[in-house]
Design a protein around this ligand. Structure first.
Ligand code: SF4
Ligand code: SF4
Length: 485
């Protein structure tokens, strides 16, 4: 790498400041020009599909239950119709580790593709709220003019309209978020029933509405630049082979204005600043990859439009890696990517194994601690057992138990054979065996467990019995027999 030209011969001074902060330290409000082009069109379409999924999914149910639910408060999750509860904590932990490794792997290969295309912050900011700005206040120049002008009837009308639309969308977004967390039916009750019956739900709804409103009307791109941990991790997640939105400085430099009727000797960048004025985070991508870049593709479209006009090939700004720009070859499978891929494959295999072998009902049967055997009147011996049933399904389940390997009787104590959905139940039960069938201190027992009449599990345990006493009893009986003879 050392023999390759450096990315930014102009120096690194741009890294000393943020594009959204004035020299005085004041926030610099960004008025990006509305981007137009193939990437913007594709992103608009993709954002539309994502918004449809975000707002539509809570309405989809499977057997009367949400398709997806992330009820963090009650630790209940439904993924594609399958219920997961606190008992599946190991799956949650493993999924999170798998997701983190996936993020490392994905970012090492594709950079911040997620930020530009999938992140809800970018989707809402660039494809919803920014569009409202252009629709109500006009283009970037008009927006600046309006903001800097004194309050007039026109400004009041435009700003008022914008604030109302922002509030309505923030309210709908907060409702959508709650629907993912508590389910659409619970949300419906909060909406139609009196507020005093749903104080917590209504408060959450208004807090999220306020939060979204403040983020999108005021905080905006600062969420990505100052707050988002993923954005701040880019320095360690990216390398020179990661595909990012990059300016081909070898082709573009030395930049220079285009002059009519003059043969051009400089690079393809005509220093028109179009890529800078469209940038929603206020940076100049020609300085190289920067923390502020959210991969929104606006600068690609802006530059492609310029290249079309000056009849140069598109792609002066494009998706590429630094090595790709310098050597014209892309290397995806670096040793780092291979390492991440191996770990990812192992984690995914483990997760798949746990998901496939995960049972809907877990039953354990253990002899009650501290209990020995009990001699019964009818020449039987009993042992007391604890049966724990964990029902992970959405339905009430009736549990039955049968003895498979010995003849005996099972007496369930109480009327506790049904287990409610998503709940655990503890049942006590006596197992009674005839004294004659007890041949050892520890008699192995094999139970078959049935749920709603279908065998779901076999459980082995042991039964304690009075063997020594029986042996003496048998000896006495045999002695008597011998004497009689
Ligand atoms: S839009 Fe393209 S040509 Fe214009 S300044 Fe940016 S990189 Fe240079
Ligand atoms: S540099 Fe380009 S891709 Fe990055 S945020 Fe600015 S306009 Fe979007």
């Amino acid at each position: 790498m050392s023999e390759l030209p450096t990315e930014n011969d102009a120096g690194e001074s741009f890294r000393d400041s943020l594009g959204i902060v004035e020299k005085s330290g004041k926030r610099k409000w960004v008025y990006p020009k509305e981007p137009k082009g193939r990437f913007t069109n594709f992103r608009n379409l993709f954002s539309g599909i994502l918004l449809l999924i975000l707002f539509g999914t809570p309405f989809i149910t499977v057997d009367g239950h949400p398709l997806m639910l992330f009820d963090i408060i009650n630790r209940q999750f439904i993924l594609f119709g399958f219920a997961f509860g606190p008992h599946d904590f190991y799956l949650l932990g493993l999924s999170m580790i798998t997701a983190i490794v996936f993020i490392f792997l994905f970012t090492a290969v594709f950079g911040r593709l997620f930020c530009g295309w999938i992140c809800p912050q970018t989707v809402f900011m660039e494809s919803v709220f920014r569009k409202i700005d252009y629709w109500v206040e006009g283009d970037h120049k008009n927006q600046r003019r309006l903001n800097e002008s004194p309050w007039t009837a026109e400004k009041t009308l435009k700003k008022g309209t914008k604030y109302v639309i922002y509030f309505v969308i923030s309210f709908l977004t907060a409702n959508m978020l709650l629907a993912w967390v508590i389910g659409i039916n619970a949300l419906h009750r909060i909406v139609i029933e009196p507020v005093n019956e749903h104080v917590a739900g209504f408060t959450a709804m208004m807090l999220f509405t306020g939060l979204f409103y403040v983020i999108f009307i005021w905080f905006r791109e600062q969420a990505c630049i100052l707050v988002c941990p993923y954005g701040r991790l880019q320095g360690v997640l990216l390398d020179t082979n990661s595909i990012v939105i990059a300016y081909d400085y070898l082709r573009g430099e030395p930049r220079g204005k285009m002059k009519r009727n003059e043969e051009r000797t400089s690079g393809d960048c005509i220093d028109c600043n179009e890529c800078v004025v469209v940038c929603p985070t206020g940076i100049d991508i020609r300085n190289g990859t920067q923390l502020e870049c959210v991969n929104c593709t606006a600068c690609i479209d802006a530059c492609d439009n310029v290249m079309d006009k000056i009849e140069k090939p598109r792609g002066l700004i494009r998706y590429d890696s630094l090595v790709g720009i310098q050597t014209k070859t892309r290397k995806i499978f670096t040793s780092r990517v291979i390492g991440y891929s191996i770990v990812q494959a192992l984690l995914l295999s483990l997760l798949t194994f746990f998901l496939i072998t995960r049972s809907e009902i877990d039953v354990t049967i253990l002899r009650s601690p501290g209990m020995f055997y009990q001699e019964q009147l009818n020449d039987q011996v009993s042992n007391l057992y604890d049966m724990k049933v964990l029902n992970k399904t959405f339905e009430q389940r009736d549990i039955q138990v049968k003895l498979l390997n010995v003849k005996g009787e099972i007496k369930i104590l109480g009327d506790n054979k049904s287990v409610p959905p998503q709940a655990a139940a503890l049942t006590k039960m006596f197992v009674m065996l005839d004294k004659k069938s007890i041949t050892a201190m520890n008699t192995p027992l094999l139970f078959a467990v049935y749920s709603n009449g279908k065998e779901i599990q076999r459980i082995s345990t042991s039964f304690l019995g009075p063997v020594e006493k029986r042996e003496k009893h048998d000896d006495r009986e045999h002695g008597n027999e011998r004497r009689e003879k």
